[in-house]
Design a protein around this ligand. Sequence first.
Ligand code: DGL
Length: 278
Amino acid sequence: MKIGVFDSGYGGLTILQGIRDLLPEYDYVYLGDNARAPYGTRSFDVVYGYTLEAVKWLQSRGCDLIILACNTASAKALRSIQQNDLPRLGAEKRVLGVVRPTVEAVGAFTKSRCVGVLATEGTVASKSYTIEIGKLSPDIKVYEQACPMWVPLIENGEADSKGAEYFINKYVSQLIEQCAEIDTIVLGCTHYPIIKKSIERLLPDGVKVIAQGQIVAESLKDYLHRHNEIDVKCSRGGSVEYFTTESVEKFLALSRQFASDMDDISVRRVEFQGDGLK
Ligand code: DGL
């Protein structure tokens, strides 16, 4: 059994890198739904439908444990998949997201108990971070800011441009204007680690910016430790198979900015067929 890592596109590679840095021994299958990204502006039903197709496809490749690296998919589709679909797809199969591990970690970072979340429109509209932090740490106030221009800028290789600088400044200012006491900011989107330094430059000293790769990796390690029945089934060859729903050439060209170990990888294309991915 391999561990599946799913994202709407390339951003999940930042999460996969965090996971592989900590857990290099396992075998992974990465699926990027690049042909249908971005998910961040799509409706609940669409994100749910696409994510379910990806989950079924990863399961057909032997991934009984799947990480939804995409925040939008975790926020909009994970609960429905866990409650409605997994009982039917196999009781032993697991799908985990990135919101919960982040929420569990955030309490240890903030002293002011004012936390900011930067994310896609879809994740912010779902209010998942506010709801989940509220359940675990009701004393923390959460301020969310949608950053709709960041994913297109990063995907188009414009992360360091003047245009990006304008939009980074715009959304960070809008977040800080909501509450000057924010001392911890969650990057609640797979792409944002690429511009972490530019975000940090705009913030007062002492404000922590949290990327999810390491947090998700620690959480997965803990999960495997607690679920020995799953851990023993995971194969350990240190391999990664990459799949994309877009062109292989495009994936090879654009994936490099998201992770450092993308040279000499082999990528295969997954086709849409009938009611799913083939
Ligand atoms: N992967 C998405 C997320 O983390 C960002 C890209 C998209 O909108 O599809 O929310």
